[in-house]
Design a protein around this ligand. Structure first.
Ligand code: NAD
Length: 255
């Protein structure tokens, strides 16, 4: 292994979903800085084009897909094989959060919307990417995104969201067992509070302040502080880590 921050990522193909989100854009920059080629996937063409236009290095691709359409997943993987030459990493950040003031306000649509994107599409896209990695026979990395809610049950009207993230954490473990023999690692990153539009949407200021006070590091993470952990999990430094949930919460949770 050549000792560098992105060891093993130079020239490798990465599918990154939720790429134009707060954390996603920082992760895209991290992968590009490590020398990888990024297929940036999100909902809005202009935003993925803008992001890809600012990434260092070359060979990045901007793609629009609504991941609720499970039929789009094989097409994404095929496009990555064509345009990046391989799928070595899937970093799946796409997710939605709908806060509701009480349990009674949670509709069936709220439940389905969050579970469809956060956990159902994570399963089917991981399966499509994992199968391509198996076919290529060179191992791979799958990185899923959980949340402190998987452990706490969620704050600020986010029970359904937290449930979906519990699903993601368990999914990560099951996929890690299944894909391990193929040298494909599957891990989860679990942020606490991160300064992005998702965090602030509908969040009561007192919940934000309380969580901040309960964070030993005393501040809310910037998106860049999540990029390093993702690049680490994708690099050769983490080749013997699988099925892990990496707690990146400033000490808000300790496990
Ligand atoms: N911000 C936080 O405090 C926080 C805390 C815990 C976990 N997380 C997790 O981190 C990840 C990134 O979150 P973020 O804060 O950057 O959120 P964000 O809302 O800024 O980004 C999420 C991205 O996912 C995309 N997306 C949503 N639905 C999609 C769909 N159907 N198809 C394709 N793309 C879709 C959105 O367009 C958006 O760009 C998420 O998995 C989130 O659950 C965030």
């Amino acid at each position: 292994m050549t000792w560098s921050v992105g060891a093993g990522l130079e020239g490798r193909g990465v599918i990154l979903t939720g790429a134009t989100g707060g954390i996603g854009a920082a992760v895209a920059r991290g992968f590009a800085a490590a020398g990888a080629r990024v297929m940036a996937v999100d909902l809005d063409q202009a935003r993925v084009d803008d992001l890809v236009g600012t990434l260092e290095g070359s060979g990045h691709v901007a793609v629009v897909a609504d991941l609720r359409d499970l039929g789009s997943h094989d097409a994404l993987v095929e496009q990555a094989l064509r345009e990046l030459g391989e799928v070595y990493v899937l970093a799946n950040l796409a997710a939605v959060l709908r806060r509701r003031g009480s349990l009674d306000e949670v509709t069936e649509d709220d439940w389905d919307f969050q579970h469809d994107i956060n956990v159902k599409s994570a399963f089917f896209l991981s399966r499509a990417a994992g199968n391509a990695m198996i076919a290529a026979g060179k191992g791979g990395r799958i990185i899923l995104f959980s949340s402190q809610g998987w452990w706490t049950g969620g704050f600020g009207g986010s029970v359904a969201y937290a449930s979906s993230k519990g699903g993601v954490t368990t999914l990560c473990r099951g996929l890690a067992r299944t894909f391990g023999p193929h040298q494909i690692t599957v891990n989860c990153v679990s942020p606490g509070q991160v300064n992005t539009p998702m965090l602030m949407t509908g969040l009561a200021p007192e919940v934000y302040e309380t969580m901040k006070k309960q964070t030993p590091l005393g501040y809310v993470a910037e998106p860049e502080e999540l990029a390093g952990p993702v690049v680490f999990l994708a690099s050769d430094h983490a080749k013997y880590i699988t099925g892990a949930t990496l707690n990146v919460s400033g000490g808000f949770l300790m496990y």
